[in-house]
Each structure stands twice: as structure tokens, then as C-alpha cells.
Write a protein that binds this ligand. Sequence first.
Ligand code: ADP
Ligand code: MG
Length: 280
Amino acid sequence: MQPILEVKNLACGYQNQPVFTAVDLKLYPGQLSGLVGPSGCGKSTFIKAILGLVHPWAGEIWFRGRRLKPGVAPPKVGYVPQVETVDWTFPVTALEVVMMGRYQKQKMFPWASLSDRLAAQELLERVGVANVAHKPIGDLSGGQQQRVFIARALVGEPEIVLLDEPTSSSDLHVQHELLHLLANLNQQGLTILLSTHDLNSVATHLPWVICFNHGLISQGQPIDIFTPANLEKTFGGEMVVFQQEDRILIASGGTSLRHQMQDNLPQILKQANSNHKIQN
Ligand code: ADP
Ligand code: MG
């Protein structure tokens, strides 16, 4: 199968300081993957490089077999930025946020046609927040804001959506609801790459993970990839991995923590997995 997106020998950095080098990665149609790594390891830079927002130092980006010019976004791509970078005091409603994605495509801001409005409303419905369409974006909960930005990323019917830490600011329940939404969109045919530094409540629930730390470490299904050795290369420090059937729980720390966790393992696993693992 031809990859939807392929990155070859990609290198990026800022002010002579490299962030990552020699990254080769293929994303296939229908994949739902997590780009997993600690804070500052280059996840956002990698996503921005794919989007043409950061100019690579070296390397190539290909979309459906065609090489993209440096600094040019792939066609049919959606982007959900990290919520921490968004100005929530900006006086717009949820519906307007979604419509902005549409205007950017059509370059007719700020004149909305009825069909723009209906399309935006439909996207809010698709992501489950049609009820807050007319509320100011700043008044919504973190989970609702995230959904509005997912709706905005779906404008233009992208084939692939890149989300930067979509679950970073919400509680466990909201995180899992978001993961379910993304799994549903994925089942409808959307290819998804999301970044996360969260091992337990996000990464172990994804069907495919890409461990990243200033470069690619390894990729595969969480159960194969989250080994102590890979985790140490990715996150540094000693990591403890507990596995029970298809369930995984990861902790940082040494032997005392391991003993403590082994004593409480059944209960910890029950809690950690009370939300179902999402299926691809
Ligand atoms: P992550 O998303 O994994 O937290 P980033 O890609 O944001 O990592 O950052 C990788 C490194 O690049 C960090 O050391 C960060 O400080 C640095 N960095 C990120 N953006 C810029 C920028 N605009 N200018 C200079 N350095 C930056
Ligand atoms: Mg980041």
C-alpha cells in the first residue's frame, strides 16, 4: 500500500540548534497513531514541519506519492494545534471558529454564506458539540474547545488530521471521550496522527505508537513497543512496565515503586482500564 504521508531523512532545528535529524516515517491510509515522547523532544516541531509551518533543515515530505515543496502544507490535511497556544479570550463563537477554517480555504472572510454556516454546524454535530455552537469559545470546557478545533480541522474534508497533544489539558474521562471520538473518525476513514507525552491514559490506548525523542526510536503496537528498553530511550530514567493480557501500565521509578505497584496491581489495573481500550 502506498503511504498517505512519507517523511524521508527529515531534520529540523532552531537557531543552529538541532531538534531532530534523520527521521524516516511512513503513515498509511486509515492509520490511527500516536507520536509519543517527553516534553521538548520535538513532537510539535515534527508536526509543524509536516504542515509546512517549520522549514526543515534537510529531508523530504511526500503526500500520496508526490513530493511537497518545502514550506508547503500537504493538500487535504487538517491540524489541531496544542490548546495552550490558542488565545481563548478572542471574541468568537464555536461556530465562527469552525467557519474560520472554511474561510481560510475559500479566502472570503468574513462573509459567511448559509451553506458555510450549515456545513460548520454539521461538523460541530459530527464531533458532538452542536449544542454550544453559539457560545463564545472562551466559555467552553477544555474538552469542548478541543472538539470545536477538531471540527475546524475537518473543514475541507481532509484525508489526514494531525493533532498536537489533544488530550493534554483535560481530565481522564474527557481524554477517553476524545480518544473515542478520534477512533470513530478513524473508523469513518480518516488517517490520524496525534502527539502525546502521556503514556498511560493516552498512548497505551492507541492502536499504533511512534516513540520519538529528538528522532524516531521505534514504532508498532503499544504492547510490542512499550518495553522498558524503548521507554528508557524515549523518556529516560528507569521505566516499569506491567502487562496483563492486552493491558499495559507504565510507571517511572526504581524497585521500591515496582514492589509497591505489584502489591496493588490488580486494583491499579482495574482503575487504569476502567475505560475500554479503543479499537482501530
Ligand atoms: P515537544 O512538542 O515534544 O514538547 P517542541 O517541538 O515544542 O517539543 O520543542 C523541541 C525543542 O525545540 C525544545 O527544546 C524547544 O524549546 C525548542 N523550540 C520549539 N519551538 C522553538 C522556537 N520557535 N524557537 C526556538 N526553539 C524552539
Ligand atoms: Mg509540543
